[in-house]
Write a protein that binds this ligand. Structure first.
Ligand SMILES: [Zn+2]
Length: 419
C-alpha cells in the first residue's frame, strides 16, 4: 500500500513539472530517416514528447516559425570515451561524463553510449543522477554506459558469473568486451556473452582482426565495434556476418580522421568546432612540427589503412549488415560531439547512402538503445533544427540552428565555456 502512494505521488510530481513545456514548430521540412521522407509539416511538443497534431492549436502553445529549416531526430553517438579530447601536440582537454554530455548536446547529440570509462563508479553516478533528478540535467545529453570494459584484467575463472553479478550490481546499459591477442580468448568471450545475454543486456565486442569479428558474431555478440584496418573484410567473414543479426559500429572517425583533419584544413572550419574549441587548439591539427611521436605513428597507420576501412564499410553496407554510428571519441583525431558528424560524413564518403548514414546516427542508434526517438507521435521530443538539407549533403548536420532536448529549446551558448 505504501508503495502505491509513493508511485502516485511521484507521477503527480512528474506530471506537474513537465506540463509547463509546450512548443509548436511550424513550417519546417521534417526529415524522417526511418521512412526516408522529407515533409513540410508542423510538430507539436507536449510534456517532452512529440504529439499528434491537433487543429487550431496555434493560440494555445508557444509557436516558432521554422520555414526554410530542416528538422532531424536528435543524434546519438554509440561509441564514446568521455574522458576528454586529445590533441596532436599532446595537449589533453579533460572532460568526464557531464562536460562531455554538454559538448554533445551543443553538437546536436542528445544521447551517448560510453564504452569504457576508467572511473566507472563515476559514470554510473552521472547516468543515475540524470534519471533521478532529470530537471537538473536538462542541458546534458543523456548518458548510457558500459562502465568498465571486460578483458583478462578483470575476468575471474567464471566469466559468466562475473558478468552476471556486475550487471546485478551496476545495471550497465551494455557489456563491453575487449577481444584480442592480449585480452579475452574465444572461450571466455563466449562465456561472458552468455552471462550478458542471460540477463538481457546487449554486448559490444571490440575486435582486433576480422577473424575476431567472426568469433564474436558466432558467440552471439549484439554488436561488433571497430574495423580491422590491415585488410578489407574477407568475403568469408562477410558471409557469416550477413546471416547474423549482429550490428557493426565501425568507428571510422577514430580510425581515419587524424589523417583527414591534419591534411584538410577546411574540415576544421565547422560551425560546431567554432563553439566547442578555441582556434588555438584547433590549430594544433595543422602545426606538424609540434606533433608528438604517438600522433605521428597513428598518422602513419591511418594514411596507409583508411582506404581499407572505406572499402570494408561499403562491403558491409552492400551485404545489408546493419551499421550504427559511433565515433570512438577520446582517441586521437576525435573531438567529443563534432566527431559523430564526421562519422556519418565518412560513411557517406565510403558510399553508404546519405539516408542510411543519417539513420545510423538517429533512429537506428535510438532503437539499439531502446529509446523512442524519431519524428512520430509519442517519440521523445529530441530534435535538431538545421539551416540546410542534410540529404543533399550530410555535412549539413553541422549547420545547427537549434537543438531541442526533453521538449525544450536548448540555450547552446550556455553549454560551452567562453573562449
Ligand atoms: Zn573505443
Amino acid at each position: 500500500m505504501r508503495k502505491f502512494w509513493l508511485t502516485t505521488l511521484l507521477s503527480m510530481l512528474c506530471a506537474s513539472s513537465a506540463q509547463a513545456d509546450s512548443l509548436l514548430l511550424q513550417n519546417a521540412n521534417v526529415v524522417d530517416p526511418k521512412f526516408k521522407t522529407i515533409q513540410k509539416r508542423d510538430i507539436l511538443i507536449l510534456d517532452g514528447r512529440i504529439t499528434a497534431q491537433k487543429t487550431n492549436v496555434e493560440k494555445k502553445y508557444r509557436t516558432i516559425d521554422l520555414a526554410g529549416k530542416y528538422i532531424i531526430p536528435g543524434l546519438i553517438d554509440l561509441h564514446v570515451h568521455c574522458g576528454g579530447n586529445p590533441f596532436p601536440d599532446g595537449t589533453y582537454e579533460d572532460l568526464g561524463p557531464e562536460p562531455t554530455a554538454k559538448a554533445m548536446l551543443y553538437s546536436g547529440v542528445v544521447a551517448y553510449l560510453d564504452l569504457f570509462y576508467g572511473d566507472f563508479a563515476q559514470i554510473f553516478r552521472a547516468r543515475n543522477l540524470q534519471q533521478t533528478e532529470p530537471s537538473k540535467h536538462r542541458d546534458e545529453a543523456d548518458i548510457y554506459c558500459a562502465g568498465t570494459g571486460w578483458g583478462n584484467w578483470n575476468l575471474t575463472k567464471d566469466p559468466q558469473a562475473a558478468v552476471e553479478s556486475y550487471i546485478d550490481r551496476w545495471k550497465p546499459d551494455v557489456i563491453k568486451l575487449i577481444y584480442g591477442r592480449d585480452s579475452l580468448d574465444k572461450v571466455n568471450l563466449a562465456k561472458a556473452i552468455k552471462g550478458a545475454t542471460k540477463k538481457g543486456v546487449k554486448t559490444v565486442v571490440h575486435i582486433g582482426s576480422w577473424e575476431h569479428g567472426q568469433d564474436a558474431i558466432e558467440s552471439g555478440a549484439t554488436a561488433v565495434t571497430h574495423f580491422f584496418d590491415d585488410e578489407v573484410i574477407p568475403n568469408e567473414v562477410l558471409k557469416v556476418w550477413a546471416k547474423s543479426k549482429a550490428v557493426s559500429i565501425p568507428t571510422l572517425a577514430a580510425q581515419c580522421d587524424l589523417a583527414n583533419l591534419t591534411s584538410k584544413p577546411l574540415l576544421l572550419k565547422s560551425k560546431i568546432l567554432d563553439g566547442l574549441e578555441p582556434a588555438s587548439r584547433l590549430a594544433t591539427y595543422l602545426h606538424k612540427d609540434k606533433f608528438t611521436k604517438k600522433t605521428l605513428s597513428v598518422l602513419k597507420w591511418q594514411k596507409e589503412d583508411t582506404q581499407n576501412d572505406m572499402k570494408s564499410l561499403k562491403k558491409l553496407a552492400d551485404a545489408h549488415v546493419q551499421i550504427l554510428a559511433g565515433s570512438d571519441t577520446g582517441n586521437p583525431g576525435t573531438i567529443q560531439g563534432f566527431s559523430l558528424h564526421r562519422e556519418i560524413k565518412l560513411m557517406q564518403d565510403a558510399g553508404y547512402s546519405t539516408w542510411d548514414a543519417l539513420a545510423s546516427a538517429t533512429t537506428k542508434a535510438a532503437a539499439f538503445l531502446g529509446r523512442p526517438s524519431g519524428i512520430k507521435d509519442g517519440d521523445f521530443a529530441e530534435l535538431v533544427v538545421l539551416d540546410a538539407n542534410p540529404i543533399q549533403d550530410i555535412a549539413n548536420t553541422q549547420r545547427i540552428h537549434n537543438v531541442i532536448h526533453h521538449g525544450n529549446i536548448i540555450d547552446r551558448s550556455a553549454l560551452v565555456a567562453p573562449k
